[in-house]
Write a protein that binds this ligand. Sequence first.
Ligand code: PEP
Length: 249
Amino acid sequence: MARKFFIGGNWKCNGTLEEVKKIVSMLNEAEIPSENVVEVFVSPPFVFLPLVESLLRPDFQVAAQNCWVRKGGAFTGEISAEMLVNLGIPCVILGHSERRSLLNESDEFVGDKVAYALSVGLKVIACIGETLQQRESGSTMAVVAAQTKAIAEKVSNWANVVLAYEPVWAIGTGKVATPGQAQEVHLELRKWLHDSVGAEVAATTRIIYGGSVNGANCRELAAQPDIDGFLVGGASLKVACLLSLMKRH
Ligand code: PEP
């Protein structure tokens, strides 16, 4: 079964109300390939989620950048998965490397979050990826396999999971992985899914790439057989760049 190309913009902790409205109105006016060809989502900071959800064209989705690991309650500062569902937010990014490194989110914690978010009906973009040190020591595959295993141990239905391979050394650095480097990991991940989860999940799960993707380098990456889309950070705040990514994939 063909895997529909999936492009997401992670706005991280950026933007004012005025900037967010401007980006949304530019996205709304843009002509992009039909939603049958490419699935698009944007992920604004929590405080802008309801606004973006209400203003954004219906063929684009909105995703949160995180949610709490279980049902809400006495967890000051957290946002529960149920709240996202209640607001009509269909999707959440979990396990981003910034949260893993800055907020010490472990593989197990991310696995628990993914399982909980799926259990309440959210789609999940689950991020994995190695640091530069891990790549240079030859442990890239062991690291991403361990991160994926922590998810696989808690998840039985992969229909609503997209894996985002984001090498940490490529995020926000301008050092994009070469198409060969990215394809190598995506292929290995697909083999890992095949052997550890099943042939059907391996064939149908989208594995998207993230790390300094922009309009200039996306075409070659998108041509790789196991790259099924992009998670875009910095370039997603520049609408022209995000649009050229959608058009050029
Ligand atoms: C990201 O934060 O997920 C990301 C890929 O960032 P950038 O595109 O800026 O490297």
